[in-house]
Structures are given as structure tokens and as C-alpha cells.
Ligand binder design. Structure first.
Ligand code: DX5
Ligand code: ZN
Length: 217
């Protein structure tokens, strides 16, 4: 299973050290949460920050856009160095067009769904996706509790991608910690995003290693 630390819970006053720690501990992707204060009630960063972080690591940048009208901004995030660009199904009326455009731009095309959006809403676009992000909390903040219903959604998504697009990766984001990570893995996720479980505390590298170890038991 791939582990993707989310920099949302990192300390940006020492972001170089924070990134180096999770790279050293074997992170697979760096998850970058972009929030606009409209799609979600919080604001983070845009392409400038992502471009500034880009030289710090070769790890794939997994940009999670929690913004309205994502079609207006995807090119800027690709230019800044994102390798995967994921936008929300709920944030645009033309998701298939934007997925195709992302692939045309040469990045992996990801679609995210909020807790209230059923997996069945993806039936007609799953073949256009390289990644499906299932939100296991309401997006906007780190440190929230995992919504248990997400486990059933992961299983439904696993069946859908097996049927229609086996190359599509399933990523889960929100409330994942040492207790819920094994459940998410068992349900069939390929990638687990973790913010507070990695960066809240004094030892992000040790915490990420411990989370990885929780999968082995
Ligand atoms: C929340 C973000 C998440 C966030 C998860 O909207 O999409 O990536 O960092 O944080 P935790 O792991 O603390 O739930
Ligand atoms: Zn996220």
C-alpha cells in the first residue's frame, strides 16, 4: 500500500525538514491540499507554494484541489509540478472533460468524492480516471474522525474499478491513523493519505514508519 503524507498538518516554518523526514521514512507521494475558502471553509495554498516545494523532493506531488471551478486552475498546478491532479466531482459540471484535459496535459487525472456522493455517480467516468479519491471525512480540515461508511464505499469502488478500469488507483483521505489504516487497506484502498497522524507530534519519520508497521500485523 502507498502512503501519502498530507502537508496540511506540517509546520511550514520548517517545511524542508518536514518533507525530508517523510521522504526518509519511505513516503510514496506527497499530498498537497489546495483549499479556496469557497468549496471548503478553509484556505491553504496555491501554485506558487507548490512550485517552491517542487525542488525539495523527487516524490510524486499529489495535488488535491478543494476549489470551485477547478478547470480554471489545473494548468497552473501542472506547471507548478503536480504529478497527479485531483478535483472534486461536486465542484464542476463537466468532470469528464476535465479528466480528459488533465491526461492531455500529461499528468494523472484524479476525481474526488465527498462523503455524501455515492460511488455509483462515477460509473460513467471511471474509465477516464487514473485515481479515485474517496473522502472519509468532510473536506476542509485535518484531524477529523474517520467516517465508517467509507469502508463500504472503498469496497464498492474496488468492484467498480475491477470491472471498468483496473489501472485506476483508489486513494482514501481523512481520519486515517494506526487504528483505521489497516481497515482502509483491508477494504481495498491503494493509497492512504495521512495528515495529523504523521505530522502532529515530534517525530514525523517515526510516526510514518509506525503507521507502515501497523499494516504488517
Ligand atoms: C482534508 C484533507 C486531508 C487532510 C487529512 O480535507 O483533504 O488531506 O490533510 O488530514 P487527517 O489525516 O488529519 O484527517
Ligand atoms: Zn486531501
Amino acid at each position: 500500500m502507498k502512503l501519502a503524507p498530507s502537508l496540511l498538518s506540517a509546520n511550514f516554518a520548517r517545511i524542508g525538514e518536514e518533507i525530508a523526514a517523510v521522504v526518509d521514512a519511505g513516503a510514496d507521494y506527497l499530498h498537497l491540499d489546495v483549499m479556496d475558502g469557497r468549496f471548503v471553509p478553509n484556505i491553504t495554498w496555491g501554485p506558487k507554494i507548490i512550485g517552491d516545494l517542487r525542488p525539495l523532493t523527487k516524490l510524486p506531488f499529489d495535488a488535491h484541489l478543494m476549489i470551485v471551478e477547478p478547470e480554471r486552475y489545473v494548468e497552473a498546478f501542472v506547471a507548478a509540478g503536480a504529478d497527479i491532479v485531483t478535483f472534486h466531482l461536486e465542484a464542476t459540471p463537466h468532470a469528464q472533460r476535465l479528466l480528459a484535459h488533465l491526461r492531455h496535459l500529461g499528468v494523472k487525472a484524479g476525481i474526488a468524492v465527498d462523503p455524501q456522493t455515492p460511488i455509483s455517480a462515477l460509473v460513467d467516468i471511471i474509465e477516464d480516471c487514473d485515481l479515485l479519491l474517496i473522502m472519509s471525512v468532510n473536506p476542509g480540515f485535518g484531524g477529523q474522525s474517520f467516517l465508517t461508511r467509507s469502508l463500504a464505499k472503498i469496497r464498492e469502488a474496488r468492484a467498480l474499478v475491477a470491472d471498468r478500469n483496473p489501472r485506476c488507483e483508489i486513494e482514501v483521505d481523512g481520519g486515517i491513523n494506526a487504528r483505521t489504516l489497516p481497515l482502509v487497506a483491508e477494504a481495498g484502498a491503494d493509497i492512504a493519505v495521512m495528515g495529523s497522524a504523521v505530522f502532529d507530534g515530534l517525530d514525523p519519520a517515526g510516526q510514518l514508519r509506525a503507521l507502515r508497521a501497523s499494516l504488517a500485523t
